[in-house]
Design a protein around this ligand. Structure first.
Ligand code: GLN
Length: 488
C-alpha cells in the first residue's frame, strides 16, 4: 500500500501482484474507514468479481494490453452518479436513488481498469466544510477522532488517508477537496474549471463545480488526472481543446520560479502555526532558487460573501428538482404544494433548506441587482486580480488552505457555529470564483500530531505546472514518512 499507483500497476502487469491480493489489502483498511463513517456504500462484492476477471485477463494478455488503472481500488464521493449503485448525496431525499447512468469521470476510471470500491460520505449535497451535515453519519478525522475530517468531500479524503483506496474523486466548488485534504494530510487537487467533465456530478453550483482528485502522492493525482481529463460532449462547459499527456518531471525544480505571497491572505482567525508554516515554506522555496515576491489580491476579503450569494442562488434553482415527484423520497400531503413542502421538510436537512430559501430571496426581482448582480461583479473583480497578478510575472501563489489544523468535532457539529465555520473557506473559495487550478500539499504535523498543509495556485490551465511544483514541495517536505507511518 505504500506504492504509488504506477508502481502497483507495474507489479500487477509483471505478475508479481494480483488484483485480488491488492483488493484484499485494501479491504482490510476499509474497516478503519468504515469506523470513521467515511463510506456510504461499499461495493466490495462487485469489486471481487471484477478483480478476479482482471486477474484472468492478465493471464491471457500481455501487460501492455491492460488498462492504466488495472485493478486499482478507488472511491468516489456519493454525488457522482453511478449506474446500478445508489447515489445519495448523503441526503435522506436520495437515500434510495439508483441512477441509470455513470458520470463521465467515473466511467473513465472504470474503463481504465479501476475498481470502484466505495461511494463516500459527504456533507448533504456538498454543502458544508466538515462532513458533519450528513444523513449518513458524521465523518471523523483519522489522525484524531475528536477532530473533523473537513468537507464536504470528507469521506473520499478519509478513505485515501486510511489506505482503503489509492485515490478518490471528490467535488470542489468552494474548497471541498482541498479543505479535508489539508485537515487529513493528503494531497487534494482542484482542476481548472472545465478540464474534467462534470457530466453525472450532481450539481451544487454549476458555474463553480469541479471534479477534484485526492491521493496520498502528487504523482497519483497526476496519474488519475491523465485518465479523466478532457473534453466531453455531455458537458458543455468542458474545455474543447486537446489535453496533453499529464506527465510530471522526475525531479521537478523551482529554480527561477516567481512565487507570490498574497499579503491579503492574512485572514482574521488564521492560527499562528499556519502563518509560521507558510513563512517556513516560503523560505524553502527561496533556498531552492525561487524568487519569492509579494502579491496583491485585495478583493479576497469579499470572496465568502460573493460565493455564498452565487452558490445559494444556483442552489435555489438546482434543488427545485427534488420535489418528491420524480426522484427519491416522497412524503404525503393533501395538495401538490403540501406534498412538495413536506417532502422537502423531511427529505432535506436544515443547512440545505436554508440555502434554498436564501437563494430564492436573492433572486427576487427586487433583490436581484443588490445581491446576485453585485456578487457577479465581485467575482469578475477577483478573477481580474488573479489575472493581473499572474500577468505581472508571478508563476504560482503560495497560500494557506484553511485557518488552522482540523477543528474540534463538537464545535463544528454545533449548528450555531455553522456561519463561523465558513470562515475557513476564505483561502479556497476565490480560486473557484476565478476558475483556477489549485492543490493542497501536506507539509508537516503540528505539536498535537495534526497535519498542516499549504495551497498552491497557478494560472488557468497551468495544471501540469501546478502539479510539478506540488511534487517539488512534497519531495522537500517528505510528508510521505508520516503517511507511511499511518499505513503501518
Ligand atoms: N464550504 C463550501 C460550501 O459549503 C464549499 C463546498 C464545496 O466545495 N462543495 O458551499
Amino acid at each position: 500500500m505504500k506504492k504509488t499507483i504506477f508502481e502497483a500497476v507495474k507489479s500487477m502487469k509483471n505478475g508479481s501482484l494480483t488484483s485480488t491480493q491488492l483488493l484484499n489489502t485494501c479491504l482490510e483498511r476499509v474497516e478503519k474507514a468504515k469506523d470513521l463513517q467515511a463510506i456510504v456504500t461499499l461495493n466490495d462484492e462487485l469489486c471481487k468479481i471484477k478483480a478476479a476477471a482482471l486477474d484472468a485477463k492478465r493471464e491471457e494478455l500481455s501487460g501492455d494490453e491492460l488498462g492504466p488503472l488495472h485493478g486499482i481500488p478507488v472511491a468516489v464521493k456519493d454525488n457522482f452518479s453511478t449506474a446500478g449503485i445508489r447515489t445519495t448525496c448523503a441526503s435522506r431525499i436520495l437515500s434510495d436513488y439508483v441512477p441509470n447512468y455513470t458520470a463521465t469521470a467515473v466511467q473513465k476510471l472504470l474503463s481504465a481498469g479501476g475498481l470502484l470500491l466505495a461511494k463516500t460520505n459527504m456533507d448533504e449535497f456538498a454543502m458544508g466544510a466538515g462532513s458533519v451535515e450528513s444523513h449518513m453519519g458524521e465523518v471523523r478525522n483519522p489522525w484524531n477522532t475528536d477532530r473533523v475530517a473537513g468537507g464536504s468531500s470528507g469521506g473520499s479524503i478519509v478513505s485515501v488517508a486510511c489506505g482503503a483506496v489509492f485515490a478518490a474523486l471528490g467535488s470542489d466548488t468552494g474548497g471541498s477537496v482541498r479543505n479535508p485534504a489539508c485537515f487529513c494530510g493528503v494531497v487534494g487537487y482542484k482542476p481548472s474549471y472545465g478540464l474534467i467533465s462534470r457530466h453525472g456530478l450532481i450539481s451544487l453550483e454549476n458555474s463553480m463545480d469541479t471534479v477534484g482528485i485526492a491521493a496520498r502522492y502528487v504523482d497519483d493525482v497526476a496519474y488519475i488526472l491523465d485518465i479523466i481529463a478532457g473534453w466531453d460532449a455531455k458537458d458543455s462547459t468542458s474545455v474543447k481543446r486537446p489535453v496533453d499527456k499529464v506527465q510530471l518531471d522526475e525531479e521537478p525544480s523551482v529554480k527561477g520560479l516567481n512565487v507570490g505571497i498574497p499579503y491579503d491572505f492574512h485572514a482574521p482567525g488564521t492560527s499562528r502555526e499556519v502563518i509560521d508554516e507558510w513563512s517556513r515554506i516560503a523560505d524553502e522555496f527561496e533556498r531552492a532558487g525561487a524568487n519569492v515576491v509579494s502579491a496583491s489580491l485585495p478583493s479576497t476579503q469579499f470572496g465568502i460573501d460573493a460565493y455564498y450569494v452565487l452558490c445559494k442562488s444556483e442552489v435555489a434553482s438546482n434543488m427545485a428538482r427534488y420535489d418528491g415527484i420524480e426522484y427519491g423520497f416522497r412524503s404525503n400531503g393533501e395538495s401538490t404544494e403540501q406534498l412538495y413542502a413536506s417532502t422537502r421538510a423531511i427529505g432535506l436537512n436544515d443547512a440545505v433548506r436554508e440555502r434554498i430559501l436564501a437563494g430564492n430571496y436573492f433572486l427576487l426581482s427586487r433583490n436581484y441587482k443588490k445581491y446576485y448582480e453585485k456578487a457577479q461583479k465581485v467575482r469578475r473583480k477577483i478573477a481580474n486580480e488573479f489575472n493581473d497578478t499572474f500577468n505581472s510575472g508571478i508563476d504560482v501563489l503560495l497560500t494557506p488552505a484553511v485557518l488552522e489544523p482540523a477543528p474540534r468535532f463538537d464545535w463544528f457539529k454545533d449548528s450555531r457555529n455553522r456561519v463561523k465555520s465558513q470562515d475557513h473557506d476564505i483561502y479556497t473559495i476565490t480560486v473557484n470564483l476565478a476558475g483556477l487550478p489549485a492543490v493542497v500539499v501536506p507539509t508537516g504535523l503540528n505539536k498535537e500530531n495534526l497535519p498542516i498543509g499549504l495551497q498552491l495556485i497557478t494560472p488557468y490551465l497551468n495544471d501540469v505546472k501546478l502539479l510539478n511544483i506540488a511534487k517539488w514541495l512534497e519531495n522537500y517536505c517528505s510528508f510521505k514518512q508520516f503517511v507511511d507511518r499511518q499505513m503501518n
